[in-house]
Design a protein around this ligand. Structure first.
Ligand code: 4AD
Ligand code: MG
Length: 429
């Protein structure tokens, strides 16, 4: 039988054999301690002369940070702490040595940690962030699967641009030129016409030549698309979704959020309804604090922070100027020049986590927009077909997984929200 640290509460009084890595070891008088981790948790293994084999005490002296070991001992309740267990160790074997492990408990610079990302992920906070990421991935799937959506994943190799041509990754597809997908949206519009409520969830790629705390070159995005929804239905769906993600993290990741020292009082108010501002209202707020801002421009990170600081939960900004948004966004016939889309800004200045809106469903207008944006019509022939054969009002959005993990974990930089980040200037390890 294999025993795991995470299951010890079911084995109190039994002798178990654990395999894992030494997080820490120390001696205090006659007692020696190993803090052991095995991926399911951490446990203190206590070595007492007389209680454990004499050879175990000799081997103890050879332990070093992150060497892999096998420890046999009896499971006990911790004498002081409720729901904490410890091992009264009897035997110790080293499986694999670890000489001069580079990451010590002292402070390291970020470049050093990034260079050693493959080892850094063994640290407590990094493990906690990766577990929150995992919980969010499951929550995303459960949310949509539980509401009648069908997962229809989009291709990664794409012949055309979705989010503008400036940050496309070009690659070869035999003799043809192709791009890595920036978004699965256009394909979701097609599958929505087949299956009604659909989503895709996968990696997307943007060659953004900027080093910011929020931009990854490769990031994961979930993109629902719903036939016959308008931009307001779309915001309703987005806020129900984000409330679900936050409340589920609070319920299921309490321990991880504790390790991350997250201030939970900042997440608890994340409940529907979220405030909704017209772009012009948001601009008025921004101009009071940043008079340099030019009405008509897209928001920079400091502008987003000004707006989100006014609220205790995420805030929608809708009706951005059509000129700063993608070709597919429907312009509001009742508010000319403004697009029927919205961004959702996370609270505490964590920035935009969702972008989306209502799609242009008129063939002629879409045709014109494709030309105005300098895109090649032949690449979008199939996309225009969706307007030729039973066009339909429809809306959707994309939520960036890593920015959402960063916000929920309270991590200032997205590099710690994905196991192996791809950043501008970093593609190793
Ligand atoms: O606002 P964006 O560009 O919207 C789209 O791609 C739409 N096609 C989505 C849709 O309607 N189906 O990106 C959506 C979200 C952003 O709000 C942000 O959370 C995330 O994707 N995102 C990034 N995350 C990390 N690094 C980057 N470089 C990102 N670019 C966008
Ligand atoms: Mg956006």
């Amino acid at each position: 039988m294999r025993y795991y640290i995470g299951d010890l509460k079911n084995h109190v009084g039994q002798i178990v054999e654990l395999k894992g890595w030494v997080y820490n070891s120390r001696s205090s008088g006659k007692v020696k301690f190993v803090e052991l981790r095995d991926g399911t948790g951490m446990v203190s293994c206590v070595f007492f002369r007389g209680e454990c084999k004499e050879s175990a005490l000799e081997i103890f002296e050879k332990l070093s940070q992150e060497c892999s070991v096998k420890i046999t001992g009896i499971v006990r309740k911790h004498p002081k702490h409720e729901n904490v267990y410890e091992i009264g160790a009897q035997n110790l074997e080293i499986i694999g040595a670890s000489v001069d492990y580079p990451i010590s408990p002292k402070e390291h610079g970020v470049d050093f940690l990034m260079e050693n990302r493959h080892l850094w992920i063994r640290s407590k906070k990094q493990m906690a962030a990766l577990r929150v990421r995992h919980e969010l991935i499951k929550a995303i799937r459960d949310f949509f699967d539980g509401r009648g959506f069908t997962l229809t994943d989009a291709p990664i190799f794409t012949p055309s641009a979705c989010e503008g041509t400036t940050n496309l990754f070009e690659t070869k597809y035999f003799d043809e030129k192709m791009y890595l997908s920036q978004s699965g949206q256009l394909y979701m519009e097609a599958t929505a016409a087949a299956l009604g409520k659909v989503y895709c969830f996968g990696p997307t790629f943007r060659a953004e030549k900027s080093k910011t705390r929020r931009h990854l070159i490769e990031f994961w995005m979930v993109e629902p698309e719903v036939a016959f929804n308008d931009m307001y239905d779309n915001m309703d769906l987005a806020e129900e979704f984000v409330e679900y993600l936050v409340q589920r993290s609070l319920a299921n990741c309490a321990e991880e959020l504790r390790v991350l020292e997250r201030d939970l009082s900042k997440l608890q108010p994340v409940k529907r309804p979220f405030p909704r501002l017209h772009y012009r209202e948001a601009v008025d707020m921004i101009l009071k604090e940043n008079p340099q801002f030019k009405a008509g421009d897209d928001f920079g990170a400091p502008d987003e922070a000004i707006v989100s600081a006014k609220f205790d939960r995420p805030v929608f900004v809708h009706h951005f100027p059509a000129a700063v948004k993608a070709f597919y966004m429907k312009e509001d016939p009742k508010d000319p020049g403004y697009a029927m889309g919205s961004d959702l800004l996370a609270s505490e200045g964590f920035g935009e986590i969702i972008g989306g809106g209502q799609r242009e469903d008129n063939l002629e207008i879409l045709h014109k927009k494709i030309h105005e944006h300098g895109l090649k019509e032949e690449d979008f022939k199939w996309y225009l077909d969706l307007r030729r054969y039973g066009t339909f009002q429809h809306s959707g959005f994309g939520l960036g997984l890593e920015r959402t993990v960063a916000w929920i974990c309270g991590l200032p930089h997205v590099r710690e929200t994905i196991p192996f980040p791809r950043l501008y200037g970093r593609s190793y390890p």
